[in-house]
Write a protein that binds this ligand. Structure first.
Ligand code: 1GP
Length: 234
């Protein structure tokens, strides 16, 4: 479950996290394409206090959002783009933070796939997504990320995308990076879409907008069930 601090204030984020855990989600990602530092830190702290022991990972839009109040930082490199700021610059800016706070990191190849409209991540990063109907191109990016040593892949259609990442793209990337954690998110609104992403090879199916805006615990439970299968909701 993804919580965006620019959309959910700390108390609301904690409520979502509580419901997410009860519904069978495996953890919380906190992040935003465009957001200041204060809210991210507050949201992370409030979630940890409200739901102790529930895994919390940071999904930062920039080095400005770094906080030590998480279990893990997804150190994202936007490998589908050619903007050096999101390939290496933000990482260099993050070094003083990591020197002060030894938080665990997961080097993650972040691949933006066309989801049917311009989303915040495309606008903020000033990079074009890869075409949705070219699984081989997405797989080549995932393979390159693996070959240069990245530890995970995140396939992203962009928050609120009309079309989630297609199953052919997920399947091709699954084959390209056997053994690496594969996250898939952006525009997943129904249990069927969540289940399809999982069946195509996603290790983690990320849902944000549908739950943050819909706020229906039953729907969240149905999504978790579709991803994890019966008998494994907790
Ligand atoms: C966005 O992948 C996440 O970075 C989640 O997207 O908000 O569309 O669920 P949604």
């Amino acid at each position: 479950m993804l919580v965006d601090p620019s959309r959910s204030e700390p108390r609301e984020a904690a409520r979502i996290a509580r419901e997410a855990r009860a519904a069978g989600a495996v953890g919380i990602l906190i992040g935003s394409s465009f957001d200041g530092t204060r809210d991210t830190q507050l949201v992370a702290r409030t979630i940890r206090e409200a739901v102790p022991g529930f895994p919390v990972a940071l999904f930062p839009g920039s080095a400005m959002q770094l906080t030590e109040e998480v279990d893990l930082v997804l150190l994202l490199s936007l490998v589908s783009g050619r903007n050096p700021q999101y390939l290496i610059e933000e990482h260099v800016r993050a070094v003083p933070f990591f020197q002060r706070h030894p938080v665990a990191t997961l080097s993650t190849g972040y691949i933006l796939i066309d989801g049917g409209r311009v989303t915040s991540v495309e606008a903020v990063s000033q990079t074009r997504p890869l075409p949705a109907d070219k699984p081989e191109l997405a797989a080549a990016h995932a393979t390159a990320a693996r070959l240069i040593g990245m530890q995970a892949i995140y396939l992203e259609a962009g928050s609120g995308a009309p079309r989630p990442v297609g199953t052919e793209v997920i399947r091709a990337c699954r084959v390209a990076v056997p053994g690496l954690p594969l996250f898939v998110g952006g525009g997943i609104k129904t249990p069927a879409q969540a289940g399809a992403a999982r069946a195509a090879g996603a290790d983690f199916v990320v849902v944000g907008t549908a739950v943050e805006e819909g706020g229906v615990p039953g729907e969240l439970r149905a999504m978790a069930l579709a991803v994890r299968g019966p008998g494994t909701t907790r």
